[in-house]
Write a protein that binds this ligand. Structure first.
Ligand SMILES: [Zn+2]
Ligand SMILES: [Zn+2]
Length: 266
C-alpha cells in the first residue's frame, strides 16, 4: 500500500487542463502538451502530488510557481526542481520546511478535520528542490502549446501570472481572488496591485481566469469590481489610508482589505 496520500480531487477542465484540488486547501493546475506537462503551483505537499500528476500524464512534468506561500510551493518537496520569481525565492526556501507547512495547516482546522489531514503529513518530504529563476517573458514550450510568464506583483512581491497559448487561459495564483489579500508580509502596495490587476484583465481578454482557491474560477467582473474598490481607497485622504479599510459593495461583490501599516519594507 502506498504510504502517501493520493486522494486529490481532480477536475478535467478540457483541452488538456486539469484542476487538482488538495483537500480544499488550494488548487494546482496541470497543463499537458504534446511533449511535456506543466504543473502550475504544487500545493502544500500533504498528498504526493507528483505521483498523482503522473496518473494524468506520462509526459515529463515541470513545476512553475505563481508565488511563495506554503499552500502554493510547499509541495515542491516532491519535485527535484521548480521555477519561481527571484523576489519570492527566499520565502520559498522556508515554505518547504515542516514548520511552514504545519503553520499553514494550523490555520485551517475545519478543512484539516474534514479531510483527515494530520500534522505529521507535513513532515513528509522527498527533495529540497533546486529553485530556478522565473521572470517576465519566460516561456515554456510544452509541444503544441506554450506557457508564458507575466510579472504581476501584488499578493507577493514576486507574484507571476501564467498564460496558456492554446486556450488563452490565465493562471493567477492568489493575486486576483474575490478577497484581495495584501496584508501578509511581502505584499506590495495597493497601487502596484492595481496595475497588475488591470494587466491581468487585459491579458485574459475574455478567456478563463483560474485562481488558487475555491473552484478556481475568477470571473473578470470580480477583478473589475475590486479595481473599483481599490480606486475608492486610493482616492481617500492620506490620513485615512493608514487604517484598515474594508469595503463591501453588496452581497455578491468582493472586498478589498488594505492595511498600509503592514506593508513589508525590504
Ligand atoms: Zn498566497
Ligand atoms: Zn493561497
Amino acid at each position: 500500500m502506498n504510504k502517501h496520500r493520493l486522494d486529490f480531487e481532480c477536475e478535467n477542465l478540457g483541452n488538456g487542463i486539469f484542476r487538482i484540488n488538495e483537500f480544499d486547501f488550494v488548487n494546482a493546475f496541470l497543463v499537458v502538451g504534446d511533449e511535456k506537462a506543466a504543473l502550475l503551483d504544487c500545493g502544500v505537499g500533504i498528498g504526493q502530488l507528483r505521483e498523482f500528476a503522473e496518473t494524468l500524464t506520462d509526459k515529463p512534468i515541470i513545476v512553475l510557481v505563481t508565488h511563495a506561500h506554503a499552500d502554493h510551493d510547499g509541495g515542491a518537496v516532491w519535485f527535484k526542481e521548480i521555477y519561481i520569481h527571484p523576489l519570492d525565492k527566499r520565502i520559498s526556501e522556508f515554505d518547504q520546511t515542516a514548520a511552514a507547512r504545519i503553520y499553514f495547516l494550523h490555520q485551517h482546522p475545519y478543512k484539516r478535520k474534514t479531510h483527515k489531514v494530520r500534522f505529521s503529513d507535513a513532515f513528509q518530504k522527498e527533495f529540497t528542490p533546486v529553485r530556478h529563476d522565473l521572470n517576465e517573458g519566460d516561456t515554456f514550450d510544452l509541444g503544441g502549446r506554450v506557457i508564458e510568464t507575466f510579472f504581476t506583483p501584488g499578493h507577493t512581491a514576486g507574484h507571476v501570472t501564467f498564460r496558456d497559448s492554446l486556450t488563452g487561459a490565465l493562471f493567477t495564483g492568489d493575486n486576483v481572488n474575490p478577497l484581495v489579500t495584501l496584508q501578509f508580509p511581502g505584499a506590495v502596495s495597493l497601487e502596484e496591485w492595481r496595475e497588475s490587476a488591470v494587466r491581468t484583465l487585459l491579458l485574459a481578454d475574455g478567456n478563463p481566469i483560474y485562481g488558487g482557491h475555491g473552484d478556481g474560477r475568477i470571473p473578470a467582473q470580480v477583478i473589475e469590481a475590486n479595481i473599483a474598490l481599490a480606486d475608492e481607497i486610493l482616492t481617500q485622504p492620506n490620513e485615512e489610508k493608514g487604517t484598515v479599510k474594508k469595503k463591501t459593495a453588496g452581497e455578491k461583490l468582493p472586498a478589498v482589505v488594505y492595511k498600509t501599516d503592514k506593508i513589508h519594507k525590504k
